[in-house]
Design a protein around this ligand. Sequence first.
Ligand SMILES: [Fe+2]
Length: 278
Amino acid sequence: MKFVILTDTHFVEPGRLLYGLDPAARLAAAVHVINRDHADIAFAIVTGDLAHWGEIAAYAELKRVMGGLAAPVILMMGNHDRREPLRAVFADADDDGNGYVQSVRRFEAATVITLDTADEESRTHAGFLCPARLAFFDRALAEAPPDRPVLLFQHHPPFDTGLPHLDRIRLRNPEALWAVFERRRRPDHIFLGHVHRPIAGTWRGVPFHIQRATNHQVAFDLVSEEIPGSLEMPDYSLVSVAKDAIVIHQRPFLYDGPVYWLHDKAAQDAPSTAALAG
Ligand SMILES: [Fe+2]
């Protein structure tokens, strides 16, 4: 099974820019490349922060752009999102029975679980999993077929990444999440949003993956208390789940520079990178 991850689309109402960038144009560029190159994906998932201010007009614009994607789409909540306007536009958004945007999907290759870590009441941008959401997750893990991997998706990392400004607004109650892992089983991989940077590693032995946003990025800065923005290129991820491996490619979908053959002598001897374009 293959699928694509997009994250932190941060849509605004049509006609507006965010940090000088057009979130809709950026996502449309990703949609174009995904349709062209990945006709075989089972789904595309957006791991939260769908809209920057959570207005209906922004979700409507997201729906328009996402409507161009050939593959099915899974939408998740981030700290910038609001459930009511999201549901006003996406009437078929996931609902775990308690109003949270959470889901379980069983595929041949893997069980895909999405959690809603948004804490709309607190407005601190940190994440939280209340008892109702954790109970849903507990059930999802308990019922996941043991013969295939569990892929867990949630917006907020449950651990420190070393970026002080974002560690302050990570998941507030990681131990409650970990307790469910301990009681049922550990997911085989955790996919996260929120950080707008490419980071990979393990949390207590469980591998995780974080990727760039489609709109604005967070700069590499292990010191500042404020969140530093940057204009680094956006990525999407292409994930393939095989019997013995989960492989994740990150693709800078806006790159339009030259591609050349590494074994080509003329390319090796190019007097400048500009010469490669010819
Ligand atoms: Fe974000």
